[in-house]
Design a protein around this ligand. Structure first.
Ligand code: ATP
Ligand code: MG
Length: 565
């Protein structure tokens, strides 16, 4: 029996199914076409899952193509980071590692063929003049005075543009379509600009560069792509892409547009993310607060969680903002199954167990993962001095506080019941130590023969064997749900969350964590899921990032009736 779950249907699949039924295409060939001008973010992950997912499900192919037509902003560092991220998400483009810059020659030839056909011309208007001649949505544009140059003159001028005879910006090549078209993109769009810019791949071989509009559809055609899937803002470009392909008479992919992913409390725009990186407001593209794939990876999110998220949000045509807690829920669900439990104390308070023998160390059995029996058990040491969480003690507790307080008994998980007998303070009156007693009849944390119960179970770490670590706690990068929608004149960075990062030094870990490897993920009991930082953690100086807390904010949003809108 085939146990592979059936992919969820959506409008893109419906269109593809129709094409396969009516013979428009006999196979499915998609591509993921990032511009290497920044690192990938979670919005790109949606597109990657869609494109590679379709290829997988229809037994077709998906290419990776760098849409690199903009020499000023592109870089090999970005291209390499993009590849690493796509691979980490679990996808493989095999040998189809493509670059629009490899098509510059072909695009040039095709542009010449359109000049020969009389549907492209060299124009001497400046950028400002082009804008002025274009008209407005309500007013038709005016023909450029250079529109009726002869084919011979255009061929000569275009060849000389290519040869570097004219200064930057002096001339452009434009498609000759219709200056009165209601779709402004069809009012003689630019195909080439003169720009003496060094390109990260083609170097100085070219001084004219194709526009994105001229390069994109043709690149898909060259690669034999059947379905060019892109985001909604390209819907208005489709008639132009169709026009180019029809004029050239070449293989014609079908463009299909879907809604971009927007995520609450962050921004998904490479331009804005770059601004955060360049202004030093975050530590880099992979800062664990960033909505980038590399940031989420460093934070401890898993490819499986991101895949599940992509599946849940699906693809549709209406723009909306997805709540971050939904993504976090996917992460929590995945880590709940896979992350071993351990005990760690973030803000330690010393507990001395006065009736426990000095120098004695016992080992208790602890469950590695209640969700996964095969994960087994481990030993945790216990001794006369242990660390507990400062928050788990209150000298004057309110009525609902059941954890440790003077005279109160609680359970130390896996170990013993302890009772607080004395509070030790420093000269300033700060609590610096608790003196407690333990009950040997509660060994292993069990209820004693007299049936006495306690209302709280605390995590703890034995002081003599504890390992020190730095732990970084994160909150959302922005304090508002939609940081992009700011009033005119207001800096979009004004709502950055000043408390998005809290560094906790001197956390105490149980000794089983001594040899943790970068990127390993753990549940610290009662505190959340944590991941060993792949960049800053070193043997002897362990750094953990909190991936997510254990609180399910998503369930709360759903029950309060505000989900995803
Ligand atoms: P940005 O606005 O972040 O710079 P972009 O669209 O300019 O994004 P590209 O590198 O051109 O970035 O994107 C590569 C592919 O990823 C495109 O096909 C694009 O449609 C898709 N994509 C980009 N952002 C999103 C998003 N937020 N949701 C879904 N798909 C996206
Ligand atoms: Mg783009």
């Amino acid at each position: 029996m085939d146990e592979t779950p059936k992919p969820k249907s959506n409008f893109v699949r419906d269109i593809i199914d129709e094409h396969l039924r009516n013979g428009r295409f006999t196979k499915v060939h998609t591509r993921f076409p990032p511009e290497p001008n920044g690192y990938l973010h979670i919005g790109h992950a949606k597109s990657i899952h869609l494109n590679f997912g379709l290829a997988r499900d229809y037994k077709g192919l998906c290419n990776l193509r760098m849409d690199d037509t903009n020499p000023e902003t592109e870089d090999m560092e970005y291209a390499n980071a993009i590849k690493e991220d796509v691979r980490w998400l679990g996808f493989d483009w095999e040998d189809r590692d493509y670059y629009a810059s490899d098509y510059y020659g072909k695009l040039y030839e095709w542009a010449v063929s359109l000049v020969k056909k009389g549907v492209a011309y060299v124009c001497d208007l400046s950028v400002d003049q082009v804008r002025e001649y274009r008209g407005t949505v309500t007013k038709a544009g005016k023909d450029s005075p250079f529109r009726n140059r002869s084919v011979e003159e255009n061929l000569d001028l275009f060849a000389r543009m290519r040869a570097g005879e004219f200064p930057d910006g002096a001339k452009t090549l434009r498609a000759k379509i219709d200056m009165a078209n209601p779709n402004m993109l069809l009012r003689d769009p630019l195909m080439y600009r003169i720009r003496r810019e060094h390109h990260y791949r083609t170097g100085d071989a070219w001084c004219i560069y194709p526009t994105y509009d001229w390069a994109h559809g043709q690149s898909d055609s060259i690669e034999g792509v059947t379905h060019s899937i892109c985001t909604l803002e390209f819907e208005v470009h489709r008639p132009l892409y169709d026009w180019f392909l029809d004029q050239l008479g070449v293989h014609h992919p079908q463009q299909i547009e879907f809604a971009r992913l927007n995520l609450s409390h962050t921004v998904l725009s490479k331009r804005r993310l770059l601004e955060l990186v360049e202004s030093g407001l975050v530590s880099g593209w992979d800062d664990p607060r960033m909505p980038t794939i590399s940031g989420f990876r460093r934070r401890g999110f898993t490819p499986e969680a991101i895949a599940n998220f992509a599946d849940i949000i699906g693809v549709a045509k209406d723009n909306s903002i997805v709540d971050m807690p939904l993504l976090e829920m996917c992460v929590r669900e995945n880590l709940n199954k896979s992350a071993p439990r351990v005990m760690a104390v973030l803000r330690p308070l010393k507990v001395v167990i006065t009736n426990y023998p000095e120098g004695k160390v016992e080992e208790f059995d602890a469950v590695n993962n209640p969700e996964d029996e095969s994960a087994g058990m481990r030993k945790v040491p216990f001794s006369r001095e242990v660390w507990i969480e400062r928050d788990d003690f209150m000298e004057n507790p309110p009525s609902k506080f059941y954890r440790l307080s003077p005279g109160r008994e609680v359970r130390l998980r896996y170990a013993y019941f302890i009772k607080c007998e004395e509070v030790v303070k420093d000269a300033a009156g700060n609590v610096i130590e608790l003196r407690c007693t333990y009950d040997p009849a509660t060994r292993g944390g069990d209820t004693p023969p007299d049936g006495r119960k306690v209302k709280a179970t605390l995590h703890w770490v034995s002081a003599g064997q504890a390992i020190d670590a730095e732990v970084r706690l994160y909150d959302t990068l922005f304090t508002v749900r939609d940081p992009s929608s700011v009033a005119e004149g207001v800096d979009w960075k004004a709502t950055l969350n000043p408390k998005s990062l809290e560094v906790v030094k001197g956390a105490k870990l149980e000794p089983s964590l001594a040899g943790v490897v970068p990127e390993s993920r753990w549940q610290f009991e009662r505190l959340g899921y944590f991941c060993v930082d792949r960049r800053d953690s070193k043997a002897g100086a362990i750094v953990f990032n909190r991936t997510v807390t254990l609180r399910d904010e998503w369930a709360r949003l759903i029950s309060s009736g505000r989900e995803n809108k």
